[in-house]
Ligand binder design. Structure first.
Ligand SMILES: Cc1cc2nc3c(=O)[nH]c(=O)nc-3n(C[C@H](O)[C@H](O)[C@H](O)COP(=O)(O)OP(=O)(O)OC[C@H]3O[C@@H](n4cnc5c(N)ncnc54)[C@H](O)[C@@H]3O)c2cc1C
Length: 487
């Protein structure tokens, strides 16, 4: 049921066995699954039932480094979280993603693909996708890879009725986590209570209520930036004593940079292209391992007929027989021109990080400062992978790729006319079995704190190229099994 926290008196205490913060894909999947298993769950969501400017305003912050989106525009602070905006592209991580990026030991996940695989079918049901991702070898090093497309599921819409009718799941909207009270007993720290502020009216125009939640365990699912921000803030409030290695929180933050890397003419019949959606290729796991390359995906989007003619004419100048074959194919509609976009995995960098800025928001929490830039080593990933794609297309006679100048000439700058990122916020509270190397353990419990867990992509130690939400939902289902196994 929805509980009107606006009516609470200051100092009110709400009790639950499990308290989940945030109602995006991570938080709602977890809260719903636990409630369905008979757990008494309180879900505390900072946003309201609908989008509000005054709520989004609390997501403002500063970005230092490369050009990036406005932080209040690239995520949603509303019931259902950023699933209100997402595009629905779904793919699980590859097995070799969890093995880590070759040459970067810290990027190995402490769990293998066998820990996520059992949750694929249930996650697919939630996201309303088939959940099958057949791959096809398109050459020795080239793989035709597959996405599934969620309608896209808007979590707020999907679970609103359930939240209204359930008496095991209580939901408080307009209620932000702002602090935590640890128990200073012997042994591992425990969180005794969480501090919440509920705003009455837009932006608190009609006042604010400060109240507390007492629970046996707390799970923060605030999104890939706010998880770090709130943990940093809670640690600051507690004299940096709550979380043992506070310096790791916020570090190794990652995006999926994404840019056009070239153009191609394709023999569409051979490439098996363009049934409905763009077509995707990746390089084989063994090619990536052998060449110490992070993971990439190429998206091939069909372009106009005129462009196909122009590209075929260019090829005619340098390779007349092939150019003629392409021009003949154009007349029979066997050839198309396409733009090649690449989405690549960043090598996690400790200097890409979420930190607390100097300016407090209206609830008194420092706004976020996000330090993010593309590492120069990423030029090598993109160039080597694009050239491998071009080689494989030529060898298999799928088509020909013309990489852009900045791909082949690394003295040219990265194009900076647009943001080269994908709205995927990952890392910051990375998972590791070693408390010195990660913020959460393989069960997503914060190292050194007995009853505090983290849900969402902030726990990813590395990112592969796959869009993160399917993995977020798989991890939330796995966490539900840890907290309350199905009977
Ligand atoms: C334009 C766009 C397109 C995208 N397309 C795709 C795609 O195609 N495929 C894909 O996999 N991913 C995509 N994403 C990313 C996807 O939306 C996120 O991966 C996903 O929503 C993350 O889920 P989450 O639950 O971890 O965080 P969120 O969905 O961000 O939810 C976090 C929740 O926490 C709440 N919250 C924040 N602070 C507090 C607080 N202090 N107290 C209480 N609650 C709080 C927020 O209001 C929010 O409801 C896209 C994102 C955008 C913006």
């Amino acid at each position: 049921m929805f509980v009107a926290a606006e009516t609470f008196a200051d100092g009110h205490v709400e009790r639950a066995r499990t308290c989940v913060f945030g109602s995006g894909p991570a938080g709602l999947t977890l809260a719903y699954t636990l409630a369905e298993r008979g757990e008494d769950v309180l879900l505390v969501e900072a946003g309201g039932a609908e989008w509000e400017f005054e709520s989004q305003e609390l997501y403002q912050g500063r970005v230092e480094g490369d050009r990036y989106f406005l932080l209040e525009d690239c995520r949603l602070r509303v019931f259902g979280g950023t699933s209100g905006h997402w595009g629905g592209y779904c793919r699980p991580l590859d097995a070799h993603d969890l093995a880590g990026i070759p040459g970067h030991p810290g990027t190995r996940w402490p769990i293998g693909v066998e820990a996520l695989q059992p949750y694929l079918a249930a996650a697919a049901e939630i996201l309303e996708i088939p959940g099958e991702f057949p791959e096809r070898e398109a050459g020795p090093d080239l793989v035709r890879t597959m996405y599934n497309y969620s309608p896209p599921v808007r979590f707020g819409d999907k679970y609103r009725d359930y939240c209204e009718s359930s008496d095991r799941l209580r939901v408080c909207l307009n209620s932000a986590l702002v602090g935590m009270e640890p128990d200073a007993g012997a042994g591992e720290t425990r969180i005794r209570a969480a501090e919440i502020v509920t705003e009455r009216g837009p932006g608190g125009a009609e006042g604010r209520v400060r109240w507390r939640v007492e629970a046996e365990r707390f799970v923060v699912c605030l999104g890939g930036i706010e998880n770090s921000r709130l943990l940093l803030w809670i640690n600051e409030q507690n004299g940096r004593a709550l979380l043992p290695d506070h310096d790791l929180i916020g570090r190794y933050w990652m995006e999926h940079p994404n840019d056009s890397v070239g153009e191609t003419v394709l023999l569409a019949d051979q490439a098996g292209l363009f049934v409905e959606r763009p077509t995707h290729f990746t390089l084989s796991g063994s090619y990536q391992q052998d060449n110490a390359l992070p993971n990439v995906v190429f998206e091939i989007n069909e372009e106009s007929y005129t462009k196909a003619k122009r590209l075929a004419a260019d090829i005619l100048c340098i390779a007349p027989p092939l150019g003629q074959r392409l021009l003949d194919g154009i007349d029979k509609k066997l050839v198309c021109a396409a733009r090649v976009r690449c989405q690549w995995e960043q090598v996690p960098d400790p200097d890409n990080r979420v930190v607390l800025g100097d300016t407090p928001d209206r609830l008194g929490i420092p706004q976020v400062a996000l330090h993010w830039r593309n590492n120069p080593s990423e030029r090598r990933t993109i160039a080597a992978s694009t050239l491998a794609l071009a080689r494989a297309f030529a060898e298999q006679d799928i088509g020909r790729v013309k990489p852009f100048d900045w791909i082949v000439d690394d003295s040219l700058p990265f194009p900076d006319d647009e943001v080269i990122a994908s709205y995927h916020h990952m890392g910051g509270t990375r998972m590791s079995a070693d408390p010195a190397a990660g913020v959460v353990d393989p069960d997503l419990k914060v190292h050194g704190v007995a009853n505090l867990y983290v849900g969402g992509s902030s726990v990813f130690p590395s990112s592969g190229y796959a869009n993160p939400t399917l993995t977020i939902v798989q991890l939330a289902l796995r966490l539900a099994d840890h907290l309350r196994p199905a009977a």
